[in-house]
Structure formats: structure tokens, C-alpha cells
Design a protein. Structure first.
Length: 140
């Protein structure tokens, strides 16, 4: 199935100046937020191989991974807020923490416009997602 075969679109946007390990880390963390918010409707069935070994279920729809600079990430955040699209976020300060409590404290300590955004993710109806993500490029 293609991205357009679903009622919603899932996308992760990572900042273009991150190291590869940071991009992967941010993407993984952001997808955990998307999956938690989406709930069971977005999760498929358990996987099994030909030897009947079981593997965890995955998200049922494709995920777009996009890149943007820091300013564009703030534009995406503002567009999402205007359209009431929930976001998962990751800030540069979170690289220095080692747990969820400290991550939330790092975000809580900074005003919205001053957040050093390195990644955002969303799952929203296509029309809203397209408006929020307008002008972004796919990750190479």
C-alpha cells in the first residue's frame, strides 16, 4: 500500500545538520510518540517467519522521513499548532539526558519559540499533514 492509501499520513522531520546517529535516534524516539498516540488501530498483526518464530507487530502504514533546517522546523511546529495537529518533538537538549523524566524537564524549561528543535513527527489526515509539511524534502 502507498502513503495515499491511508486516511492519515505519518511523517518525521529531522534537522539537516545532525550526525547520522542523531538522525536515527531522533527518528526512533519520535516514532514511539506517534505509535503511542495512534494506539492499536495503527498497529498491525504479529509477524511470523516460515519456522513460526514470532516478531513484534509494526506500524501499518508507511512513514515519510523528511529533512529541514532549524527555522523550517519552527515553521512546521507553528503550522501544526494552527491546524491543531499533535506533534512529537525532540530538542537538542534531550541529547544530554538519559531518561524520560529529564527529557520532559529539558523541554519544560524552554519557551516554545526558543526550543532548539531537532525533530518533529506527526500523524494527521492527509490535508492537514500536507499543509504542515509543505515545502519539505525527503531525507536523502
Amino acid at each position: 500500500m502507498a502513503v495515499t492509501d491511508f486516511d492519515t499520513k505519518v511523517a518525521v522531520v529531522v534537522r539537516d545538520d545532525l550526525a547520522t546517529w542523531q538522525r536515527l535516534n531522533v527518528t526512533a524516539f519520535l516514532m514511539s510518540g506517534i505509535t503511542a498516540r495512534a494506539g492499536t488501530e495503527a498497529i498491525g498483526e504479529t509477524y511470523r517467519d516460515a519456522d513460526d518464530r514470532e516478531y513484534l507487530p509494526l506500524l501499518v502504514q508507511p512513514v515519510l522521513v523528511l529533512v529541514a533546517d532549524g527555522a523550517k522546523l519552527h515553521t512546521v511546529r507553528r503550522r501544526a499548532e494552527t491546524r491543531e495537529v499533535p506533534l512529537a518533538l525532540y530538542t537538542a537538549d534531550m541529547f544530554a539526558t538519559g531518561n524520560d523524566t529529564d527529557n520532559r524537564a529539558a523541554v519544560r524549561a524552554v519557551a516554545t519559540d526558543d526550543l532548539d528543535l531537532v525533530g518533529l513527527a506527526l500523524r494527521a489526515p492527509h490535508r492537514d499533514a500536507d499543509a504542515v509539511l509543505r515545502g519539505l524534502k525527503r531525507h536523502p
